[in-house]
Design a protein around this ligand. Structure first.
Ligand SMILES: Cc1cc2nc3c(=O)[nH]c(=O)nc-3n(C[C@H](O)[C@H](O)[C@H](O)COP(=O)(O)OP(=O)(O)OC[C@H]3O[C@@H](n4cnc5c(N)ncnc54)[C@H](O)[C@@H]3O)c2cc1C
Length: 560
């Protein structure tokens, strides 16, 4: 048995930023992660991180307003204020830790303009921003003596006398199940992109953290808010970063027309993501697409510029479609990218469940509301990762030293694993997952309506039954049993899908990413509210609709 003050589930940017802070505060900290820390999905972030720096003539209120408008007024404004106020220091602190941000001609930190913002306030490291940040935070946390449980999969939380006191986890290398106790647990386990097919997310983004929290009484908020990124590569679904449009790329339809002038005459290609994705889908649906895609045109930027500033994008385009971006436009389409929803927390990561905190993509603070602005997620991870460490540290001090009996929790999970291992049904896990994930994209897509959402719900309900009765596990071994791992992940994905369809069916309006063709308007009178899905102690699904916090920005019509 292992014991710590603070155990962090997840070694992405949120988890590692939290770890660095908690170690500085003197806690005995460990991080547990199902992959090597720098293989976390944060590593894939390309475009950048937002910060309004005053010495650039920018101010936090400008960033806050853009974020709130981007969120279609669903973000809690008190939380956005904190994120915008702390952004500058958070980014400069990363620079001081050792992140080598790209610089402009004047030698100052360079910026690019991202969608939904009038000001260029996105700081970046070429097209590998996430990777650069993650490596530096990993290095810093190791320097402070962080203990890392690497390639361990958390199967459940240990809740003792009403408070979370650790986890049960499977050591993937040995196949042994162990308990790890702690005075407090922070969930920083990332997003749930793979609940949809296709998705820009890594295969490891299976919503495990959301499921862990949900099954221990925490609420999942605004789960219907699924972000479709406007530029994913045709056929493969790989992300082409917003940096392309930030650097000046155009979107064209089959007639060679820059169609965004119809939909967002002021911001054009740099309107918010939900608006651009809907515009593209409308062009495609109305017959002005090319094989279900539109075109991203960078030719006017020139080969040298593309290769120095957007090298990774060029690589992907050449490698997967054989297209040199300086010579030909690239076919792209909207693709599932991010979940704005997540474990409801306050601005200090508190979930309402004693001892349990959450930060990063799995959490909903809520700063992204119904649509996240590009480059605000990396910012969210570091700002709220740090704040959750502070609050959890305070809490840890109030927890007396005691030995927690863990045998019953381990036994429960051994049973669960045995049932999965013995399963001998007719479907492979991947078949069941694919059926559900493609149905989710169909039902909870860029556009949706009552019928499509009910269809998604029907498939999710059926998947629950198939998962219980008809999967089969072929690999009966213990060491690196990915068959078992994928089955455990599928269980978590089903929980996420269930919360998403409930959130979606609850919201009777269109707002941000939740665009219902059967109810196309935003309805502030009745729906300036979050959807909050949770499980009662009897396991029954319940839904609340708490009010959105408005401070100084009254909702107005959103025009780009
Ligand atoms: C391709 C791509 C590009 C992006 N580009 C940008 C960008 O330019 N700017 C921006 O702001 N945002 C971007 N985003 C979004 C942003 O990268 C993510 O939202 C953010 O990095 C998530 O960080 P995180 O720390 O919350 O989670 P992650 O980095 O996803 O880390 C999750 C961690 O949890 C661990 N974990 C999960 N489940 C378990 C379990 N059961 N047991 C043990 N460990 C577990 C994983 O091993 C991992 O360490 C991008 C996203 C993608 C997919």
């Amino acid at each position: 048995m292992y014991d710590h003050d603070l155990l962090i589930v997840g070694a992405g940017l949120a988890g590692l930023r939290c770890a660095v802070e908690a170690q500085k505060l003197g806690l005995k900290v460990a991080v547990i992660t199902k992959v090597h820390p720098v293989r976390s999905h944060s590593n894939a972030a390309q475009g950048g991180i937002n910060a309004p720096l005053t010495d650039r003539g920018d101010d936090w209120k400008g960033h806050a307003l853009d974020t709130i408008k981007g969120s279609d007024y669903l973000a809690d404004q008190d939380a956005v204020e904190i994120m915008s106020q702390e952004a500058g220091e958070a980014v400069l602190e990363l620079e001081r830790m050792g992140v080598i941000f790209s610089r402009g001609e004047d030698g100052k930190l360079g910026t690019r303009r991202f969608g939904g913002q009038k000001v260029a306030r996105t700081f970046f490291v070429g097209a590998i921003t996430g990777s650069a940040l993650l490596h530096v935070l990993y290095e810093q946390s190791l320097k402070l003596g962080l203990q890392v449980y690497e390639e361990w999969f958390v199967t459940s939380l240990i809740k003792h006398e009403g408070a979370v006191r650790g986890v049960v986890a499977l050591d993937l290398k040995t196949g042994e199940l162990e308990s790890i106790t702690a005075k407090s647990v922070v969930i920083a386990a990332g997003g749930a992109g793979r609940v949809f097919e296709p998705s820009t997310n890594a295969l490891i983004c299976t919503g495990d953290g959301l499921s862990l929290a949900w099954n221990n009484g925490a609420g999942l908020m605004d789960m219907e808010m699924i972000q479709y990124h406007p530029t994913t590569l045709a056929r493969t679904g790989i992300l082409l970063s917003e940096a392309a449009r930030g650097e000046g790329a155009y979107l064209l339809n089959s007639e060679g027309d820059r169609f965004m002038k119809k939909y967002a005459p002021d911001y054009m290609e740099l309107a918010s993501r939900d608006v651009v994705s809907r515009s593209e889908q409308t062009e495609i649906n109305e017959g002005r697409g090319i094989d279900g895609n539109v075109l991203l045109d960078l030719r006017h930027l020139g080969k040298e510029f593309i290769e120095t500033r957007l090298g990774y994008l060029q690589e992907v385009s050449v490698e997967f479609l054989g297209i040199d971006m300086s010579e030909k436009p690239v076919p792209i389409r909207p693709g599932m990218h991010y979940i704005m929803g997540g474990i409801k927390t306050d601005v200090n990561g508190e979930t309402g469940v004693p001892g349990l905190y959450a930060a990063g993509e799995c959490a909903n603070v809520s700063v992204h509301g119904a649509n996240r602005l590009g480059a605000n997620s990396l910012l969210d991870t570091v700002v709220f990762g740090r704040r959750s460490a502070e609050k959890a540290s305070e809490y840890v001090k109030s927890v007396p030293n005691s030995v927690i009996p863990t045998e019953s929790y381990v036994k429960r999970d051994l049973e669960l694993i045995k049932n999965i291992m013995d399963a001998d049904g007719k479907y492979r896990v991947s078949e069941v997952r694919n059926t559900m994930a493609t149905a989710m994209t169909k039902g909870i897509g860029v556009f949706r309506d009552q019928e499509s959402m009910e269809y998604a719900k029907k498939i999710v309900d059926k998947t629950k039954i198939d998962y219980r009765d008809s999967i089969r596990i072929e690999n009966k071994g213990k060491i690196y049993n990915t068959d078992l791992l994928f089955a455990l992940e599928l269980g978590n994905m089903i929980d996420c899908a269930e919360s998403i369809v409930h959130g979606a069916l609850t919201r009777k309006e269109s707002r941000g990413a939740h665009f219902r063709t059967d109810i196309p308007g935003r309805n502030d009178e009745e729906w300036l509210k979050h959807t909050l899905v949770y499980k009662s102690s009897e396991g029954e699904i319940k839904i609340d609709t708490p009010d959105v916090t408005i401070t100084e920005w009254e909702p107005i019509e959103r025009v780009y």
